[in-house]
Design a binder for this molecule. Structure first.
Ligand SMILES: NC(=O)c1ccc[n+]([C@@H]2O[C@H](COP(=O)([O-])OP(=O)(O)OC[C@H]3O[C@@H](n4cnc5c(N)ncnc54)[C@H](O)[C@@H]3O)[C@@H](O)[C@H]2O)c1
Length: 385
């Protein structure tokens, strides 16, 4: 199958590209390297020493004989180039990762808010408009976030995208509908993902575009079977206050003996998934497209739920490091319950890697191994809202 990966140089996009290439698909990456540019802006770098995209692709060809082609352009700005590429390549599937993905970065200043909105929403709209204009029936697989639901649904099991509602009809009858679960974004980044949902719903209804929207939890881990094959294929690992996600930050902090930074009470409950399960979920979504005419398919791409303080305690005990409870920088509830439906991907065959099984391996193979690359001054979260 011909598959385009928008954002294929990123943390999720690169291992997904390799995983799908290994299955024998024909892979084309589009990336504008904005993530690498943001590293320069923030004066940070991945804990793991990542190679240029060209070197990564050459290494993959040397090791496996498989070709990955790549294009360097901005999906949010270069509509004509995107359209031409889709018309030329006629992809069966387009996996869309090409968005600014850090909530703290999106809240740093008005410039960062405006960049995140314009980049993310234009990237998604350009992709959908280009598919319509090309006339190519490409299945869109999009990486959304569990954050679209917000963290205020105590007493409910969060469904996969749609909520059944009953209302009193004008004639007194009961009217039943399924609506998108009420959006409740906690940052400008999350807001763009809730807007993406409306774009998908509209293009699906109006133009019959087939879409799978994966509402992903927080990804932890670094390497997959493919990225671990050679040092030149290594995946990125973000640990800084803007891009580092909570569990990977804890792993790195533990590896260098830095007290684990818990914001506020730590009762924030979040959904998680290992990077190896991310690539497997995307493979499952790619291989199981919705039918033409089917509404947007939404899966909750997560495997486990934890409270931040419990994660910190687990790692503190395992690694003998202290916990530092510091003031919360975000406007969010410091305690919430979270129960999530995730039957969709499990039914398709996902067999999750649990934290219990993967944690120690991750600390040994990545966090400890590359601890010497850590710039401790970049660990604190400085974005506040
Ligand atoms: N990492 C997580 O924990 C996580 C959790 C939930 C959802 N997601 C979603 O998964 C997707 C990928 O996340 P990631 O962690 O790999 O992020 P990332 O920043 O590492 O990767 C995104 C890639 O897209 C590229 N990109 C961004 N805007 C672009 C544009 N306009 N044109 C071309 N390329 C562009 C970047 O250069 C980067 O290589 C994002 O949409 C994110 O919202 C990630």
């Amino acid at each position: 199958m011909a598959i385009m990966i928008l954002g294929g140089d990123g943390f999720c996009g690169w291992p997904t590209t390799l995983h799908l290439s290994r299955q024998g698909h024909d892979l084309i990456i589009v990336d504008n390297f904005s993530r690498r540019d943001i590293d320069n802006e923030l004066e940070i770098s991945s804990l793991t020493p990542i190679k240029s995209l060209g070197e990564r692709i050459r290494a993959w060809r040397d090791l496996t004989g498989k070709e990955i082609r790549s294009w360097h352009f901005d999906v949010a700005k270069n509509y004509d180039q995107l359209l031409t590429l889709i018309c030329d390549e006629k992809p069966h599937c387009i996996v869309h990762f090409a968005e600014q993905r850090a909530a703290p970065y999106s809240m740093k200043s008005s410039r960062h808010k405006r960049y995140t909105v314009s980049n993310n929403i234009n990237a998604t709209n350009n992709l959908l408009a280009a598919i319509v204009e090309s006339g190519i029936d490409a299945h869109v697989v999009h990486l959304g976030t569990m954050g679209v639901y917000g963290y205020d649904a105590a007493g409910l099991k969060i469904p996969e995208g749609y909520l059944p509602v009953r209302m009193a009809g004008l004639d007194g009858s009961v009217v039943e509908r399924e609506v998108l679960f009420p959006a409740d974004p906690g940052s400008i980044y999350h807001l763009t993902k809730t807007q993406d949902q409306l774009l998908f719903a509209f293009y699906n209804k109006n133009d019959n575009i087939r879409v799978t929207d994966l509402h992903q939890g927080i990804v932890w881990g670094t390497q997959t079977r493919e990225t671990a094959l050679d040092n030149r294929l290594i995946n990125r690992f973000d640990y800084d206050g803007d891009y580092g996600t909570v569990l990977n930050r804890f792993l790195m902090q533990a590896a260098i003996g830095y007290p684990l930074t818990v914001h506020g009470k730590g009762g924030q409950t979040r959904a998680f998934i290992n990077i190896q399960d991310t690539v497997r979920c995307i493979e499952l979504a790619v291989n199981n497209p919705p039918q033409k005419g089917e509404r947007v398919r939404i899966f909750n791409q997560m495997t486990e739920v934890f409270r931040v303080i419990d994660l910190a305690r687990m790692i503190a005990e395992m690694m003998d490091v202290p916990i530092a409870q510091i003031p919360n920088m975000r406007k969010e509830r410091e305690e919430n319950a979270l129960v999530v439906e995730n039957a969709g991907l499990l039914t398709l065959g996902l067999n999750p890697i649990t934290l219990e099984k993967g944690l120690l391996e991750e600390i040994a193979s990545v966090a400890r191994k590359f601890a010497h690359n850590c710039d401790r001054t970049k660990i604190p979260c400085v974005s506040r809202w």
